[in-house]
Write a protein that binds this ligand. Structure first.
Ligand code: DC
Length: 205
C-alpha cells in the first residue's frame, strides 16, 4: 500500500523545502503540484488556451523557467478554472498512490486530491514573513524587485487562491498546522518527521 503525505499552504511558507527534506529522509517521491499549474500558466502567456494546455500537458512543459513572478501570477489565474483543475487531477492521484510513498505539495491536496492521505500538513506563515523570504530568493536569482512589490503579489495570490470556488486553498479538517513564522524550517521539519513516524507506526503491517 502507498503512503501519502499531503502538504498544503500558501506561497513561500516553506512547503517545498519541508517536502524535499521529508522525501530525502523517508525515500518518498515528491510532486510539486504548483509546477503543473505554472506550466499551464506559462503556456497561456505564450498565447495557448489554458484548458487545452492543461489537457495536453507533457513532461517537457515542466522544463524551463517557471519560477518567476509572472508565471506564478498566471498559474494562480489558470488554477481558478475548474476544467484546468479537472485535467490535472488523474495525474496527481496516480502519483499519490505510487508504491514507496509520495509527498504532494500544493493548495488542495489534503482537501480534494488526496482526502485519504495518511498525513496532512498545512504549512503557513504571515504574508510579511513569506514576502521577505520570497524577495531574498528572487533577488538571489537575479530579479530586480522590491519588498512592497513582492508583498502585494503574495497577498494578491493568497486572496485569489483562497477565494476561488473550485478547490480553494484551505487546511483540511484533519490537517496539522505548522506556522513557520514562529518555527524555523528545521523545527517544522522535525515536527513533520515526528507526525509521519507516529502515523507509520499506527498502520497495520
Ligand atoms: O506552489 P506554487 O506557488 O508553485 O503554485 C502556483 C499557483 O498554482 C498557486 O498560486 C495556485 C496554483 N496551485 C493550485 O491552485 N493548486 C495546487 N495544488 C498547487 C498550485
Amino acid at each position: 500500500m502507498g503512503f501519502t503525505i499531503a502538504i498544503d499552504g500558501p506561497a513561500a511558507a516553506g512547503k517545498g523545502t519541508i517536502s524535499r527534506r521529508i522525501c530525502a529522509e523517508f525515500g518518498f517521491a515528491h510532486l510539486d503540484t504548483g509546477l503543473l499549474y505554472r506550466a499551464v500558466g506559462a503556456k497561456m502567456l505564450t498565447g495557448a488556451a489554458p484548458i487545452e494546455a492543461a489537457q495536453t500537458l507533457t513532461a517537457e512543459d515542466l522544463d524551463g523557467d517557471l519560477r518567476n513572478a509572472e508565471v506564478a501570477r498566471a498559474a494562480s489565474k489558470v488554477a481558478s478554472i475548474p476544467e484546468v483543475r479537472q485535467a490535472l487531477l488523474d495525474f496527481q492521484r496516480a502519483f499519490a498512490t505510487r508504491a514507496g510513498g509520495a509527498v504532494l505539495d500544493g493548495r488542495d491536496i489534503g482537501t480534494v486530491i488526496c482526502p485519504d492521505a495518511q498525513v496532512k500538513l498545512f504549512v503557513t506563515a504571515s504574508a510579511e514573513v513569506r514576502a521577505a523570504r520570497r524577495l531574498l530568493e528572487l533577488v538571489n536569482g537575479g530579479a530586480d524587485t522590491d519588498y512592497e512589490t513582492v508583498l502585494a503579489d503574495v497577498k494578491e495570490r493568497d486572496h485569489r487562491d483562497a477565494s476561488r470556488s473550485d478547490a480553494p486553498m484551505k487546511p483540511a479538517e484533519d490537517a496539522i498546522l505548522l506556522d513557520t513564522s514562529d518555527l524555523s524550517i528545521d523545527e517544522a521539519f522535525a515536527k513533520s518527521v515526528a507526525v509521519i513516524r507516529e502515523r507509520q507506526q499506527g498502520l497495520p503491517v
